[in-house]
Write a protein that binds this ligand. Structure first.
Ligand SMILES: [Zn+2]
Ligand SMILES: [Zn+2]
Length: 237
């Protein structure tokens, strides 16, 4: 649910959409989401590759809020993710310096470089958390705070707590916390359904941890039901 491609400045050069899908298949994942920092420009190619190779790929994004909190926005359709991207780009100041932050490569299905994104994708947007959640929902997506157990860009460390009026669909714990222990290990998660993801930046990281969803099909609606434990859908821990 949270894999970075070579478009994230911190994502490895080898994280092309094609190779991400190949690696996911190899480690036995059947549903993944491409979530680059503040962009979804490599999601479309990954979705096509997924269709060819037999891995379901959701288009997503890891947005950095003005509070410097990372939050995942997961969508069903590419058009929804691209609309979110437009909203984020309009509120993302700065230009990338590849020597300092790394290259931001848009790739095609043949692992060729189509271009580099000039924006400061690693930066914080001018968007508040509440606005990001609201926009994600308006577009039909799911909103989950990233790596809530981590000091860097995790909501609990940044704000001290998760605001009660933040309409999150769930939270993600990093691979440093066992999903089954998450509610015991991390305080303040009582009200939230947890998932775990690799937050992979390198091919070898893909599938290091995963979440099992008990659901009928790999759609946003089914994931939503799993997070809410509705109609027999659930997260297996
Ligand atoms: Zn993050
Ligand atoms: Zn990430």
């Amino acid at each position: 649910m949270h894999i970075h491609s070579c478009l994230s400045p911190c994502g490895d050069w080898e994280m092309s959409p094609k190779r991400i899908v190949q690696q996911s298949l190899e480690v036995g994942l059947d549903l993944i989401a491409i979530c680059d920092h503040n962009t979804a420009e490599n999601a479309g190619v990954a979705m096509c590759e997924g269709e060819k190779q037999g891995v379901h790929v959701l288009p997503g994004m890891e947005v950095c809020s003005k509070e410097e909190v990372h939050i995942l926005a997961l969508f069903e359709k590419l058009t929804q993710a691209l609309e979110m991207q437009e909203y984020v780009y309009a509120n993302l100041p700065g230009e990338n310096n590849p020597d300092v932050f790394g290259c931001q490569v848009v790739a095609n299905e043949n692992d060729e470089v189509l271009g580099e994104n000039p924006r400061l994708l690693i930066g914080a947007t001018r968007l508040g958390l509440h606005g990001i959640v609201e926009k994600t929902h308006e577009l039909g997506g799911l909103s989950l705070c990233s790596h809530v157990d981590r000091p860097a860009y995790g909501i609990i460390n940044q704000l001290g707590f998760i605001p009660a009026d933040l309409a999150l669909d769930g939270v993600e714990v990093s691979r440093h916390v066992k999903l089954s222990d998450a509610h015991k290990t991390v305080t303040g998660l009582d009200k939230f359904c947890c998932i775990t993801t690799s937050d992979a930046h390198f091919l070898d990281d893909i599938g290091k941890v995963w979440t099992v969803f008990q659901m009928a099909e790999p759609t946003i609606e089914e994931i939503r039901k799993s997070l809410l434990q509705q109609e027999g859908r659930r997260i297996l821990v």
